[in-house]
Design a protein around this ligand. Structure first.
Ligand code: SF4
Length: 268
C-alpha cells in the first residue's frame, strides 16, 4: 500500500469567486480553491498550468480589493483566510479543484475545521481511490471525472516532498480498477459523475464507463460534457450526444448534457 505524507501544506494555485461551470451544481455561485499539482495528462486538459509544483510558484488570490499574490504553499488555516477574502458577501460553497486535489489529502482533511459554515465540494479526476476513501467523509459533494484511458497521456510524477504517493493509473486495466473503486466510494453519497465527450472516439468507448456507473453507483447522476475544443480535440456533433444519452437512459442512468458553462460565459 502506498504511504501518505503527513504534511498539512499544499500548493495553492488560485482562489477566486465565480460561477460553477460543471456538474450537479452548475450555475451556483461558489468560491474555488484550486490546488496545483497533477500527475495525469488528459489530452483535453484546459488547466495545464496547474500540473507542476515548485517552490517559486505563487498563489493568485482574487479578493474584493483586487488580486494579490502570496507564497503558494499554505496550510488549511491560511487557505481559509484567502477563501474568506474572496467571498463578495455571505459565505459560499467552496469547491476544491485542481490540478488533482487528492495529491494533498492531509491538507484536505484539515479544511472543514477552518471553513465551518460552508459546504465543501471536491472536484477530482477520481484516479486515486485510497486518497478519496480517506477524504470523502469531510466533503458534502464529490464531483468525479470518469476518464477514457485513451484520452490519457503518460503519467508524470509530481516529484516534490509531501505529495501523496499512491500510484496513478497507467494502463486501461488500471483505469478500470480505479473507476470501479471510486464509484463504490461515491455510491449513495451526494455526488456526480462527469465524462468529457470528444468527437473522435466511438460510442462504444464510453459504454464501459456507463455500465460501471449503472452497476456500482446507479443513484449518482451523470453529466456528459462536450469537450471545449482545445489542442486539436474537438466537440462531438449533437447526434452523437443524443445517441450516448439514449445509451445511458437504456441503463436507467440520470443523465444530462451540459457544456462547460464557465467557457460559454468566459468567466474563470
Ligand atoms: S486531471 Fe485535471 S488537471 Fe490533471 S490533466 Fe486531467 S484535466 Fe488536467
Amino acid at each position: 500500500m502506498a504511504s501518505t505524507s503527513t504534511s498539512t501544506r499544499a500548493p495553492i494555485m488560485e482562489v477566486f469567486a465565480s460561477i460553477q461551470g460543471e456538474g450537479a451544481y452548475a450555475g451556483q455561485a461558489q468560491v474555488f480553491l484550486r490546488l496545483a499539482g497533477c500527475p495525469l495528462r488528459c489530452e483535453w486538459c484546459d488547466t495545464p498550468s496547474s500540473w507542476s509544483v515548485d517552490e517559486e510558484r505563487s498563489a493568485r488570490v482574487a479578493t474584493a480589493e483586487g488580486t494579490k499574490r502570496y507564497s503558494a504553499w499554505a496550510n488549511p488555516f491560511q487557505a481559509a483566510t484567502w477563501v474568506a477574502a474572496c467571498e463578495p458577501r455571505d459565505a459560499r460553497t467552496v469547491s476544491v479543484t485542481g490540478g488533482e486535489p487528492l495529491m494533498w489529502p492531509e491538507f484536505l482533511l484539515g479544511l472543514p475545521d477552518m471553513l465551518a459554515g460552508r459546504r465543501l465540494h471536491l472536484e477530482t479526476a477520481a484516479a486515486h481511490p485510497e486518497a478519496l476513501k480517506r477524504v470523502a467523509p469531510v466533503f458534502d459533494h464529490l464531483s468525479l471525472d470518469l476518464k477514457l484511458p485513451e484520452d490519457m497521456g503518460e503519467v508524470v510524477p509530481i516529484g516534490v516532498d509531501g505529495v501523496h504517493d499512491e500510484p496513478s493509473p497507467r494502463t486501461p486495466e488500471d483505469w478500470t480498477r480505479v473507476r470501479r473503486e471510486v464509484l463504490a466510494i461515491a455510491a449513495d453519497r451526494d455526488a456526480c459523475a462527469k465524462i468529457v465527450i470528444r468527437s473522435d472516439r466511438p460510442l462504444s468507448a464510453y459504454l464501459p464507463l456507463l455500465e460501471d456507473l449503472e452497476r456500482l453507483a446507479p443513484n449518482v447522476p451523470l453529466y456528459l460534457t462536450p469537450v471545449s475544443p482545445i489542442g486539436g480535440v474537438g466537440a462531438p456533433d449533437p447526434g452523437f450526444l443524443e445517441d450516448l444519452v439514449e445509451e445511458a437512459r437504456d441503463l436507467h442512468l440520470d443523465v444530462r448534457v451540459i457544456p462547460q458553462l464557465h467557457r460559454v460565459l468566459s468567466i474563470p
